[in-house]
Design a protein around this ligand. Structure first.
Ligand code: ATP
Length: 828
């Protein structure tokens, strides 16, 4: 959509294309290799987001449009054209598409041009084969030359070529060759970007320090790039960008000027009127939200005036215009890093290499921007190029992928029957996972049984006869509405898909049918109706059918509870999200029997107790909420239900349901079995059927929430690290005993320390690799304390205790070690 051309303030539209053929191992962007089936639905969603913005008069004409990602050239050109068509553009708007060399064939480029694209940004990275290999790029050096020729010949107004400095195995000579190859092209690119490879936490590159680029080497190559490009007639524009005059990227310029823009698509950021916001991160969720007519916005922030001023300067100092001299102090440390001329302070080449050190000295209060518009804008949320990582930002990038990867890599959770190709939706808990899961269940048991005199435990059978499930209502009611997609024939749970097929994006489905979720089997050698048995789909019924047994054997009286932890089985239609919804899982349930008149009071009591339990074990308050069910959501037995919900990467979802089940269950079983399942109160001489308040949590699902909430990335000693900030009570190991070296002389004391601690804690013992690596390994699995035995320990009988989160270390005598760790544990 191109509209009439009045001159107006620059306005950018950034379209995020999240699809990629393969993930480069240095990349931490919101990009996906397994979501190609969503392309059409995603395109529709982008068009819808644009259309709604236009209808709401919330989208000025764009002076620049940028398709970034991901790999925008993975999107078929007609889909890209459909999105572009929905963007209102000013006459002469710049429209850029990022393109991989292997995609830049004449046909595709021609279609782009006809769709209105004016500029291509070619992601070349290097022209040297072994460097491309090291970066995990799939194109060849030959493809680069061919692509550059095609782009230059296709008649775009301008184009750009991207390089990366410092890939594994790259030598100075390789880098010079990439630059020389670029300049030797028949038609060299009029704009060049050269980014230093950065190690993003959570990427495969981060896990492989041998391939981390060296700062000095990168600096040297940057200086080479600047010298070579300047000599060839390019003008330095911004830290990583050089252009021939007239070929500056307008879209980049907009960000550097802290201008306004609108991000379209999953994970895209927007900035207008001093407010910035971002869309939900995954394409699945983005498609779902728009198909359901909801806003795709995932969060927003408003900057203070001071923040805006500072960010404007921080952006501008990176450009060739620099900042007013008054914005930087006259500090000898800045000598050689900035040039002060004509009232502006501009980074020297050396200063560009140390831009962050200069930025921290900016004084937003001391300088205005010298007449340029200062409308407020982002540093971290630049849609293109993505900003350098900041170490204190929480990990947003594919948190789910990172946690799943960690679980597998470190032995928390394995796909079940993996050597046979895996059995869908079943998982095995590995050496670390089993500890964590056990700790979650123990923490629950301690809170719900051990520390209470009004609750007792039970461990009932998993197999039970149909009569139980007939009476409980499960045979009739324990169903989910099942629909088939008419397009791709995938089967879905209707209430979980918001009317859009997550596989193909279609909105056409068969009529919903009720599908019973219970696993049916046969007990004994005959497979006839009389032998039918069910695997329990919840632990609760075991408590109801044992009500009288427990009452008589424990002499409890209402209000009292029966608690149980154990496996349950549901033939879920759409098991998903790792261990969030599986067919075999563990539950932690408690049935609290109360006089009917007290039911509401106890319901409220348990809501509060259960909410506090998660907080006490370290789930941050902003990731936890209580959601009361609407009356039409309530189960057939419930007089009131509320869920404790956790903010999962895909949004709020249930951890635990707390329900007032009334007297439904006891009455139903009493009627079906003919037994009296009630209580006679000898004080009031009254007989009544108690009401039941049930807090029902999932152990496996909760364990996953603890992992997601605990996962973090930071930097220690200049190195990125992954750290699981999990509560010490839940950590798979509370302590790691680490002899500094494998030398035999350290072993007797190390073994003594181990034997001292093992009766009290789960202790890991690790002697392999350097101590720094071993600390990282323990941080990654959440071990709160490492105890190191070094050669001084042999002299002073003391060891070093290192704390996971702060990495603080203290020396503790072996004699006082147990007491020290116990007191830390108690205080946790
Ligand atoms: P959902 O709607 O998420 O399937 P539900 O409301 O049917 O769950 P309940 O019957 O209330 O779940 O079960 C109590 C708890 O058991 C849930 O809050 C959840 O933590 C856990 N749970 C239920 N089904 C599963 C499953 N398939 N996989 C893992 N945990 C589950």
């Amino acid at each position: 959509m191109t509209t009439g051309g009045r001159t107006r303030a620059p306005f950018g539209v950034y379209v995020h294309v999240p699809f990629c053929r393969s993930r480069c191992d240095y990349c931490a962007f919101a990009a996906y290799t397994d979501r190609d089936h969503l392309m059409e639905a995603y395109t529709r969603a982008c068009v819808e987001e644009l259309t709604a913005a236009v209808a709401g008069e919330d989208l000025p004409e764009a002076t620049s449009v940028f398709f970034g990602g991901g790999t925008p050239s993975r999107l078929p050109p007609d889909l890209l054209a459909a999105i572009l068509d929905a963007v209102p553009r000013a006459d002469g708007a710049e429209v850029t598409v990022e393109c991989n060399p292997e995609d830049a064939g004449p046909d595709r480029l021609d279609r782009y041009r006809r769709a209105g694209v004016t500029r291509i940004s070619l992601g070349v990275q290097s022209t040297v084969p072994h460097v491309l290999d090291g970066l995990g790029r799939r194109h060849t050096a030959g493809a680069v030359t061919a692509a550059a020729r095609s782009v230059a010949a296709a008649g775009f107004a301008s184009w750009n070529l991207d390089l990366i400095i410092g890939g594994a195995g790259e030598t100075d000579a390789d880098w010079e060759r990439s630059l020389a190859d670029l300049l030797a092209l028949e038609d060299p690119p009029p704009h060049v970007s050269a980014y230093s490879l950065t190690v993003e936490p959570g990427t495969p590159l981060a896990d492989d320090p041998a391939r981390h680029p060296d700062d000095d080497v990168q600096a040297r190559r940057y200086e080479t790039a600047d010298a070579v490009l300047t000599a060839a007639g390019y003008r330095w524009e911004e830290i990583s960008n050089w252009a021939r005059p007239g070929h500056e990227c307008r879209h980049n310029r907009l960000y550097w000027d802290q201008g306004e823009y609108r991000g379209i698509g999953s994970a895209a950021h927007s900035h207008r009127n001093g407010r910035r916001w971002w869309n939900v991160r995954t394409p699945d969720r983005y498609v779902r939200e728009l198909a359901a007519g909801r806003s795709p916005v995932g969060g927003e922030e408003v900057l203070t005036d001071d923040q805006r001023r500072f960010e404007a300067l921080a952006l501008r100092i990176r450009t060739r215009e620099g900042v007013p001299t008054g914005a930087l102090p006259d500090d000898p440390d800045l000598e050689g890093l900035v040039d002060r001329r004509g009232g502006r302070a501009v980074l020297t080449v050396r200063g560009r290499l140390l831009a962050n050190a200069v930025t921290v000295r900016l004084d937003a209060g001391a300088a205005s921007l010298g007449g340029r518009p200062a409308p407020g804008g982002p540093v971290r949320s630049l849609p293109m190029p993505e900003p350098e990582s900041t170490t204190d930002a929480p990990p947003t990038g594919d948190l789910m992928e990172k946690v799943v990867g960690l679980c597998k890599r470190r032995g928390f959770i394995f796909q079940s029957a993996e050597i046979y190709g895996g059995f869908r939706s079943t998982y095995d808990y590995g050496p670390l996972g089993v500890n964590l899961l056990r700790n979650v269940k123990n923490a629950w048991w301690e809170a719900m049984v051990q520390r209470r005199s009004d609750v007792v435990g039970l461990d009932a059978a998993i197999l039970s006869p149909p009569s139980v499930w007939q009476a409980s209502g499960h045979l009739a009611n324990f169903t989910d509405p099942l629909v088939d997609c008419r397009n791709c024939h995938q089967r879905w749970r209707q209430d979980k898909i918001d009317g859009v097929c997550p596989n193909c994006g279609s909105t056409e489905f068969t009529e919903a049918r009720a599908f019973n979720l219970m696993f049916k089997t046969h007990a004994g050698p005959l497979e006839d109706e009389g032998a039918v048995a069910y695997l329990r789909p919840e632990t609760a019924q075991g408590m109801f059918i044992n009500f009288v047994n427990v009452l008589q054997t424990t002499r409890k009286k209402p209000p009292f509870g029966i608690a149980q932890v154990g496996k349950s089985f549901r033939n879920e239609i759409t098991p998903q999200n790792f261990v969030f919804r599986t067919r075999e899982f563990e539950q932690m349930e408690m049935e609290f029997f109360v006089p009917p008149a007290e039911a509401q009071t106890w319901f409220e009591y348990w809501l509060e107790e259960r909410f506090q339990w998660y907080l006490g074990l370290g789930i941050p308050a902003d990731k936890l909420r209580l959601r009361h069910h609407d009356p039409d959501e309530l189960s057939h037995y419930s007089a009131g239900t509320a869920d404790v919900e956790f903010l999962f990467p895909w949004g709020w979802d249930e951890l635990e349901g707390i329900a007032n089940r009334t007297d439904f269950d006891l009455k139903a079983h009493a009627a079906a079995s003919g037994e009296k399942l009630d209580y006679f109160d000898p004080v009031t001489n009254e007989r009544y059927t108690p009401y039941v308040i049930e807090p029902a949590a999932g152990a496996t699902r909760t364990m996953m929430a603890f992992l997601l909430a605990a996962y973090d990335e930071d930097e220690v000693g200049g190195e990125p690290r992954t750290v699981l900030r999990i509560h010490p009570r839940l950590a798979p190991y509370q302590v790691a005993v680490l002899p500094l070296s494998k030398k035999e002389s350290l072993e007797p004391l190390s073994q003594r320390v181990l034997s001292l601690l093992q009766p009290h804690f789960m202790v890991d013992y690790d002697v392999t690799q350097g101590i720094g690596k071993r600390y990282r390994r323990q941080d990654e699995v959440g071990t709160p304390w490492c105890v190191t035995i070094d050669f001084d320990s042999l002299e002073d009988d003391a060891v070093t205790v290192r704390e996971r989160d702060s990495t603080d270390q203290v020396r503790v005598p072996v004699d006082g070690l147990l007491a020290e760790l116990r007191s830390r544990m108690d205080g946790a």
